[in-house]
Design a protein around this ligand. Structure first.
Ligand SMILES: CC(C)(COP(=O)(O)OP(=O)(O)OC[C@H]1O[C@@H](n2cnc3c(N)ncnc32)[C@H](O)[C@@H]1OP(=O)(O)O)[C@@H](O)C(=O)NCCC(=O)NCCS
Length: 151
């Protein structure tokens, strides 16, 4: 399918509702983020919320935060279901890596549900490597992979 023409911009408080709605459709309640968490990252000075828009509609977003000197955490990448496989996730990931680099990060780490095989493929395709399993990582006690990429 043809790659979508995506506009990336910084997330704003007014985007909170769209972010919550997308996240709720992608993750079960035990894994999805609550609005307070998104609000925290929208306001946090060491975090970047990058939004992808298509025709003025929020298609997805990425959140990256400086977790320790030299390393950023990719908190999440969400792409609305009907907008997936159009290259939006890859654009968001590239922008997140750029923001992380501009904050002095040499690597980006993330945690992903071991059952999310599509997301794991997406990250591996982008160059992430599995670092180690994190047993019972989520509220529903499912396991996560820690994955990392050197910038
Ligand atoms: C994972 C996710 C962010 C990918 O976003 P996307 O916009 O669909 O991804 P892209 O179109 O940029 O894909 C880039 C490459 O990743 C790989 N990829 C992406 N989705 C894939 C899938 N469902 N199955 C296999 N490979 C996939 C492919 O190699 C793809 O390149 P190609 O389309 O040229 O083959 C999106 O599917 C999503 O939001 N999933 C649900 C939420 C989630 O699990 N997020 C991760 C939280 S840790």
């Amino acid at each position: 399918m043809k790659k979508a023409r995506t506009v990336l911009r910084e997330g704003e408080l007014a985007d909170l509702e769209s972010m919550v709605k997308i996240d709720e459709t992608l993750f079960p309640p035990e894994i999805s983020y609550d609005p307070e968490t998104f609000l925290f990252y929208l306001l946090h000075p060491s975090s970047d919320v990058i939004l992808a828009e298509i025709n003025g509609e929020v298609a997805g977003f990425a959140i990256v935060t400086l977790s320790e000197p030299g390393d950023c955490q990719l908190v999440t990448i969400d792409v609305a279901k009907k907008m997936q496989r159009l290259g939006i996730g890859a654009s968001l990931l590239k922008a997140a890596h750029q923001r992380a680099g501009s904050r002095g990060a040499k690597s980006v780490s993330l945690q992903v549900d071991t059952n999310s095989t599509d997301a794991i493929r997406f990250y591996e395709r982008a160059g992430y490597e599995k670092k180690g399993p994190l047993p019972n990582y989520y509220r529903n006690l499912s396991d996560a992979w820690e994955m990392v990429i050197k910038l």
